[in-house]
Design a protein around this ligand. Structure first.
Ligand code: ZN
Length: 146
């Protein structure tokens, strides 16, 4: 929705910044679609999530692409809700990772972000999803076969 304060969005709101480039790749202007999906860093995280879930997604360049792709995935509503939670968690974790880089100068490796996504979304789904059979061992192996 363009509400997260990326460099591009802050500039639109009249904030003057010295640097507009993405803090994760230092190559492109930092818009929300770039930092959350199109950045090489975000792509590595998204590839890790796709591998973990054992799903293939089409070409993704925007947040809308991700959410459109996920909202039509599979036929099982329960699994679709889980995969949606995983990708919300992925976007959330990418933003938090970007903030770690900007504010603490810490660049988390993409594999570490994938580990964070697994544990954060596990807790979300376990506590809010009402799936009794869910356990960490099967979740961390593949979240869609519990
Ligand atoms: Zn980037």
């Amino acid at each position: 929705m363009g509400r997260i304060p990326t460099a591009s969005e802050l500039t639109k709101r009249g904030v003057v910044l010295e640097v507009l480039t993405c803090p994760m790749c230092n190559e492109y202007e930092e818009g929300y679609d770039h930092v959350l999906v199109d950045c090489s860093y975000a792509r590595r995280v998204l590839e890790g999530v796709s591998r973990w879930c054992n799903i293939q997604l089409g070409p993704l360049h925007t947040v809308k692409d991700v959410l459109d792709s996920i909202s039509q995935w599979g036929v099982c509503k329960k699994r679709r809700k889980i995969i949606l939670a995983i990708f919300y968690g992925t976007l959330w974790s990418l933003w938090k990772s970007r903030n770690e880089k900007v504010f603490k100068k810490i660049r988390l490796p993409p594999d570490k972000v994938n580990d964070i996504i697994k544990s954060v979304v596990y807790l979300w789904v376990k506590n809010r999803g009402k799936i009794d059979k869910l356990n960490w061992a099967s979740w961390s192996h593949c979240p869609l076969f519990y």
